[in-house]
Design a protein around this ligand. Structure first.
Ligand SMILES: Cc1cc2nc3c(=O)[nH]c(=O)nc-3n(C[C@H](O)[C@H](O)[C@H](O)COP(=O)(O)OP(=O)(O)OC[C@H]3O[C@@H](n4cnc5c(N)ncnc54)[C@H](O)[C@@H]3O)c2cc1C
Length: 363
């Protein structure tokens, strides 16, 4: 089982043992800036979930091809960064599909990718129907922690320069689009994020992330050597997806619950343009064997409104949301079971409990 750290890359430090030492050296920090402790305890767990990230080592697929007399555009395979990349990847897909098209558009899937794609189709003035096997809240997108950060989207050694260009364009568009959705309507909010890291990290875009610097010990309460702070947005995924679906329906979009077994079923749809946003479903539907499930398990604790910062590294990750404190997590490749494993969940909670008990100062 791999730890899902959601840092800039995968952190190398081992799990904290709970004592405030590093490599056996006692901590002697004079000053400490407190932060509220997360009350991590089994008794505060309100639900547990396991979801399957649609992971491709070579990165997500946004590509146009012919399907009989129709155009088919793929938009799937965003790994652990599908919320982050949703608007930008939808933009890449609609830019490939819409020019020269007339008439209604079919979008397959109603996770974050299908919903964002459907909204951009509507923004461009086309009628849209979403065909989907399952609706929110029964999608992988609803399980996501919701950090805006492109974590575990591809394997660095496996991607082409063309993919990197797509990735950067998608990230840039998403970064700007999410900023205009900040607020309670969509459940998008800014938080400082503290990362266990020994070295600073370069920016992924000219303005992302803003505030991106190593802290001195006096600026934080964490019991580890290096702390990076960067600021980013966090999406309360349940609220966000519910609102997105409403937006689509208010704008006249239709939704039909339907599962497709083969591309030939899609070819029989009345729309001349079909955009495939089926996430992990594309493995069977389009026989994409490069697409793998990467299971992530989460423990959700009772909300603590006073906790207004996120954390990655050490015990895993912690994202505070109004609907609960999200504790992650795991990244388990080729695990298909979506039943949370009690032992893994207990480990996630215990690691966070030890960690928060070891803060050098805090309320
Ligand atoms: C534990 C966990 C934590 C995560 N945290 C984050 C995070 O903090 N930030 C982030 O950016 N990302 C995160 N992710 C990743 C993110 O959840 C995914 O990348 C994203 O949800 C993929 O969206 P999607 O719309 O492609 O897929 P899905 O949400 O799976 O939606 C696919 C849709 O297609 C439909 N469908 C599938 N097959 C068919 C078919 N044959 N016929 C008809 N319809 C079909 C489904 O019913 C569904 O509606 C996390 C994922 C997990 C599991």
């Amino acid at each position: 089982m791999m730890l899902d750290r959601r840092a800039f890359g995968l952190g190398s430090a081992a799990l904290l043992s709970g004592c405030a030492t590093a490599g056996g050296r006692p901590r002697t920090f004079a000053d400490c800036t407190p932060l509220p402790r997360v009350l991590a305890d089994e008794s505060r767990v309100i639900r547990t979930v396991a979801g399957l990230r649609p992971y491709r080592r070579t990165g997500f697929v946004v590509r146009r091809e012919a399907l009989g007399d129709k155009a088919l555009v793929h938009n799937y395979g965003h790994g652990g960064g599908g919320i982050t990349l949703s608007w930008g990847s939808a933009k890449l897909a609609t830019d490939l599909g819409l020019p020269g098209h007339s008439g209604p558009v079919a979008v397959i899937g109603s996770g974050v990718m299908g919903l964002s794609t459907a909204r951009l189709v509507q923004d461009a003035g086309f009628p849209v129907t979403i065909y989907t096997a399952a609706l929110p809240p029964d999608t992988t997108s609803n399980i996501a922690g919701g950090q805006f950060h492109p974590y575990a989207v591809f394997d660095d050694d496996q991607v082409t320069p063309e993919f990197r260009t797509q990735f950067t364009r998608a990230l840039d568009y998403s970064w700007r689009r999410f900023q205009i959705m900040v607020g309670n309507d969509y459940g998008v909010r800014w938080l400082p994020t503290y990362v266990e890291r020994d070295t600073p990290e370069g920016r992924l875009l000219a303005t992302y992330p803003p505030v991106n610097r190593m802290l001195v010990p006096a600026e934080h309460p964490f019991p580890w050597d290096g702390t990076l702070r960067y600021d980013t947005m966090y999406v309360e995924t349940g609220r966000y997806l519910r609102q997105m679906l409403r937006d689509i329906q208010i704008a006249g979009g239709k939704v039909e619950v339907r599962k497709f077994a083969a591309p030939a079923d899609l070819a029989a749809l009345p729309e001349g343009l079909v955009i495939n946003c089926t996430g992990l479903g594309s493995r069977d539907l389009f026989n994409d064997q490069d697409l793998h499930p990467a299971r992530g398990q989460l423990a959700i604790l009772e909300p603590q409104p006073e906790v207004q910062y996120a954390l990655t590294g050490g015990p895993g990750y912690m994202f505070p949301r109004p609907d609960g404190i999200i504790l992650g997590g795991t990244f388990e490749l080729d695990q298909w079971d979506t039943t949370p494993d009690p032992q893994a969940i207990a480990r996630i909670v215990a690691n966070h409990k030890r960690f928060f008990a070891s803060l050098r100062c805090g309320a």
